[in-house]
Design a protein around this ligand. Structure first.
Ligand code: IPM
Ligand code: MG
Length: 357
């Protein structure tokens, strides 16, 4: 029997609740596929600040480094909002991404037939379906660039810098083109090349990478226009490749098209099969601890883990099919509930998915 070590970071808020549910799903699916998963729970985020005084203890990073994959819930909450920049729970995420070399963040945005009614967009707009993969650069750009405070002309002044080199751009572009080959063969580079020098370098480098993928169509879009096009005509997009910050913003926007951010999974990967899997949503302190959270994004993140880190695509498809069947039968958590469907809590939703497997 094959064994895999999975580091589990439930984190804060609803991260804890959705992860507990996803682990049960993973166990059931693993058993079906004759695979043994060894889960090691570690702390990161606010709970780590409370216990160890820092958001990402060295032991947490080490456990992740020695595992085959990481499943992460969410970090943060109002309790830690007043801490300084380096002591905030979010710092754990950035530390995990850079410490594990996870430079590519893949965020699939798919609209489920059963959930079309939950989309805030008109039927006429989503009629052609929505199936976009956002490929976000994750370990560079303005989130990692030089930042600081100074005084200019007597005024307190702050700066953050957007820095990218050609190596970083080429490697994320490759992820986008490879993904496009398995999809509708279209890559849109989203940037701000009319203003930013870094965007102009992105264009130069991405064009070069594109030469190796003659069957994939490449087009460009300024980020402001892309924000608009995503709600005007989302069907035009297949793969979007973009910088860390633009990807952060656009993926939240795109997720809303599907009805709820509570549905979207993501993977953060590098060249080998290792990856960190997490829902796109945050720790949602307003609904934490009340059995209200939607666990489906985390369950779908677990599906991505099976597929990319364990090479078990069949297991991933089983999880996705189970989720779809539960939705088809009309069960909804509060975030995706619409008139005529049955509202269930986090745990019950998990049980329904387990039963459907
Ligand atoms: C995300 C989140 C994080 C990010 C925050 C919490 C640091 O918004 O994963 O998109 O900006 O990357
Ligand atoms: Mg974000």
């Amino acid at each position: 029997m094959k064994e895999y070590d999975i580091a589990v970071i439930p984190g804060d808020g609803i991260g804890v609740e959705v992860t507990a549910v996803a682990l049960k799903v993973m166990e059931k699916v693993a058993a079906k596929h004759d695979v043994k998963l060894n889960f090691t729970e570690v702390l990161a985020g606010g709970c780590a600040i409370d216990k160890y005084g820092e958001p990402l203890p060295a032991a947490t990073l080490e456990t992740c480094q020695h595992s085959d994959a990481v499943l992460l819930g969410a970090v943060g909450g109002p309790k830690w909002d007043n801490l300084g920049g380096n002591q905030r729970p979010e710092k754990a995420l950035l530390g995990l991404r850079s410490g594990l070399g996870l430079y590519a963040n893949l965020r699939p945005v798919k609209i489920y037939d059963a959930l079309k009614g939950a989309s805030p967009l008109k039927d006429s707009i989503i009629a052609q379906g929505v199936d976009v993969l956002i490929v976000r650069e994750l370990t560079g750009g303005i989130y990692f660039g030089d930042r600081g405070r100074t005084t200019v002309d007597g005024y307190a002044t702050a700066y953050d810098s957007e820095v990218y080199n050609e190596f970083e751009i080429a490697r994320i572009a490759k992820n986008a083109f490879e993904a496009a080959l398995l999809r509708r063969k279209k890559v849109t580079l989203v940037d701000k090349a009319n203003i930013l020098e870094s965007s102009r370098l992105w264009r130069e480098v991405v064009v070069k990478v594109a030469k190796h993928y003659p069957t994939v169509e490449l087009n460009y879009m300024y980020v402001d226009n892309a924000a608009m096009q995503l709600v005007k005509n989302p069907a035009q997009f297949d793969v979007i490749v973009t910088s860390n910050m633009f990807g952060d913003i656009l993926s939240d926007e795109a997720s809303m098209i599907t009805g709820s951010i509570g549905m979207l999974a993501s993977s953060s990967v590098r060249e080998d099969s290792f990856g960190m899997y997490e829902p796109i949503h945050g720790s949602a302190p307003d609904i934490a601890g009340q059995d209200l959270a939607n666990p489906l994004a985390q369950i779908l993140s677990a599906a991505m883990l099976f597929e990319f880190s364990l090479g078990l695509s069949a297991a991933a498809r089983e999880i996705e099919t189970a989720v779809e069947s539960v939705l088809k039968r009309g069960y909804r958590t509060g975030d995706i509930w619409t008139q005529g469907t049955e509202k269930v809590g986090t745990k019950r939703m998990g049980e329904l998915v387990l039963a459907a497997l």
